[in-house]
Write a protein that binds this ligand. Structure first.
Ligand code: GMT
Length: 373
């Protein structure tokens, strides 16, 4: 197949999932054409059958907002025609599913039929998409996709709850390449990050308010009083500055590192003893799954799709959100008990294996074939 993937090129989970999906499809002999305003951060364009097309939006002074959707839908039409693309897979409803629909309409005037598969990722539904300014367009985009998928049962439920959805929604969970994690295992060097008697706690996110980075620090402050430990926060976003300020106020600057955006989180995750994800809402929690694939148990909230990924009291511990004290107590208990921690680490990895890319990809291939019929 010749598949066009439209995604965000940033560190967010939707872009990562789209990229890893495309790479695996290319390994299986499909031609994958990515379309985004920048090369996706995890995309290696030297790979065989992988192509990247950058969407340019000409800057015209008349426009207060440059019309990205227009440029994207025009670029999609060109790409489909030039590369004989069989179908378009839009990751994130806004504006990708909408632009894909416009392209499909333009192509149908040229007697070219281009099915659209849309994957909803979470914030496009629960946070941004449900805003009254976007809701009609998102509803329209969902209802006019040939096939719609969601990354968790919880997100499917939310989508049906928020929008007047007429299309069936398939749940296809996110995935990780477990073999890659296994291969990287002997490159892990914990001693570079922590002293032998220290525990390492980690958080990875885009520092948006929904991630509750402040709770990460509050939990860690309590943990650090009882357990010799360090905290590494990976990522960047609107709450980073206030988080750094809060770290100073807590007097934790010597044991907390903000390392910014990174494409190489594995080397931190594989050295970690605990991953914290106290999000207020999370449709799936790919960051937690990546931590588990690196054998790191997770303390998270039981919000959204997280319980579909992390099994409470087995591969991690789940609490209601804002329960900083409870999270800290669980973290102290886990980090103070070598046997229990080892058990949780093994369980986290076992759970991650269930989301191996090899198990999930066939669902997407079936969906593509169904869309093409
Ligand atoms: O979490 C974010 O803020 C980024 C966002 C994205 O679109 O990249 O993540 C969403 O999609 C990920 C991949 O499917 C999921 O793992 C995240 O849980 C989801 N984020 C939210 O629902 C807040």
């Amino acid at each position: 197949m010749r598949i066009g993937i439209i995604c965000y090129p940033t560190f967010g989970g939707s872009g990562v999932v789209a990229t890893e999906l495309g790479i695996e499809l290319s390994k299986r002999g499909h031609h994958v054409h990515f379309m985004a305003y920048k090369k996706p951060v995890r995309l290696d364009t030297d790979l065989e059958r992988i192509h990247f097309h950058e969407v340019h939006v000409p800057n015209y002074p008349l426009f207060h907002y440059q019309p990205y959707e227009l440029a994207l839908s025009s670029a999609l039409v060109d790409m489909v025609r030039l590369h004989k693309i069989d179908l378009l897979h839009a990751h994130y409803a806004i504006p990708h599913a909408y632009a894909a629909f416009m392209a499909k309409q333009m192509l149908s005037e040229l007697q070219i039929s281009t099915p659209i598969v849309t994957t909803l990722h979470g914030s496009d539904i629960t946070l941004v998409g449900s805003h009254p300014f976007y809701k009609p367009a998102v509803t329209f985009s969902i209802n006019n996709s040939d096939i719609v998928t969601c990354v968790s049962k919880s997100l499917k439920h939310d989508t049906k709850d928020i929008f007047n959805v007429k299309t069936e929604i398939d749940v296809v969970p996110n995935f990780i390449d477990i073999q890659k994690y296994e291969r990287l295992r002997n490159t892990c060097s914990r001693e570079q990050l922590v002293k032998p008697d220290e525990r390492l706690v980690t958080h990875v996110s885009n520092f948006r308010p929904v991630k509750r980075v402040q709770d990460v620090l509050s939990v860690f402050a309590k943990v650090n009083k009882k357990v010799k430990s360090r905290l590494i926060l990976v990522g960047d976003g609107p709450d980073r500055q206030s988080a750094e300020k809060y770290t100073k106020e807590l007097g934790l600057s010597d044991v907390v590192d903000f390392v910014g955006k990174s494409n190489d989180v594995y080397k931190i995750l594989c050295s970690s003893d605990l991953f914290l994800l106290p999000s207020q809402k999370e449709s799936f929690g790919l960051a937690a799954l990546e931590a588990m694939a690196a054998r790191t148990p997770v303390i998270a909230t039981n919000e959204g799709g997280i319980p579909e990924v992390v099994e409470n009291n087995i591969s991690g511990i789940l609490t209601a959100h804002r329960q900083v004290d409870t999270m800290a107590d669980f973290a102290i208990e886990l980090l103070s008990d070598d046997n229990k921690l080892a058990q949780f680490k093994d369980a986290a990895f076992e759970r991650a294996k269930e989301f191996d890319i090899q198990k999930i990809i066939p669902s997407y291939i079936d969906i593509y074939q169904k869309a093409l019929q």
